[in-house]
Design a binder for this molecule. Structure first.
Ligand SMILES: [Zn+2]
Length: 248
């Protein structure tokens, strides 16, 4: 039956159903095992994951000089929390996560990407998911042609060893969205799976949008840190870049 094997770069030899072959027999027919569908969902989420520009983000390149006064004090705390979390999770797969709150352009996603890259450098399985993309993928899974089932996407987000949910923002929080996010958070809390969240929402806003249940899970999953900058760092960076480019 070797000819029927489905090529996959990271097949799991531990799958109890197919033993890692990726197919199971149903009567005389060989059909893809469920674990293949999950891998497909994971690959899909990885594609929409850590943006290319963020693969270079490292703690060593964090720019404290963009912060001053009280903003700098907060940035130091958040930085230490993020770096501490990355170190802790390397030693303890059930480490408590962190939530970075703050307005757009305060460095939250940069720090979350530093965590992701640090762990990837240490060969940990990290899933970096931009929340609006996750919600798009879940909605798209209703299209029968998409080839990926909602359940598989949810299973991957729920059970991945380390999950980073970037940009939990002011989306359209229908009951459907809230339920999906809740099941992810609740599962991860029960299984003690480390989770990092970045959001530009305030805590009361999160409660208003996501509801009390989800917020209580978030607070149990993550220690909170707030980043402020007094200005948009990304705007400042692009001004600097242009300034450099315009120099004779
Ligand atoms: Zn399998």
């Amino acid at each position: 039956m070797a000819g029927l094997e489905i090529a996959s770069p990271e097949r799991d030899g531990n799958c109890p159903r197919c033993g890692g072959r990726g197919i199971i027999l149903q009567g005389d027919a060989a059909v893809p095992c469920d674990c293949m569908a999950q891998k497909q969902a994971e690959q899909l989420l990885r594609q929409t994951g850590l943006p290319k520009a963020m693969r270079a983000c490292r703690f060593a390149s964090f720019r404290f000089d963009y912060y001053a006064g009280e903003h700098l004090a907060r940035a130091r705390k958040a930085f230490e929390a993020a770096r501490g979390f990355a170190a802790q999770v390397l030693a303890d797969p059930a480490a408590t996560g962190i939530m970075l709150t703050g307005e757009v352009g305060t460095g939250k996603s940069f720090l979350a990407a530093c965590v992701a890259n640090e762990l990837i450098d240490h060969e940990r399985r990290v899933l970096f998911i931009v929340v609006p993309d996750l919600l798009d993928q879940l909605r798209a899974s209703y299209d029968a042609d998409s080839g990926v089932r909602e359940q598989d996407i949810l299973d991957v987000a729920r059970s991945t060893p380390i999950l980073i949910l970037d940009d939990l923002g002011a989306h359209n929080y229908t009951e459907w969205v809230c339920n999906r996010l809740y099941t992810i958070l609740n599962y991860r809390l029960n299984e003690q799976l480390p989770t990092v969240v970045t959001t530009n929402l305030t805590l009361p806003e999160i409660e208003e949008y996501l509801g009390h249940r989800a917020v209580s899970r978030l607070f149990q999953l993550c220690r909170q840190f707030r980043l402020t900058a007094g200005k948009d760092i990304r705007v400042q960076l692009s001004v600097e870049r242009e300034g450099r480019a315009n120099r004779p």
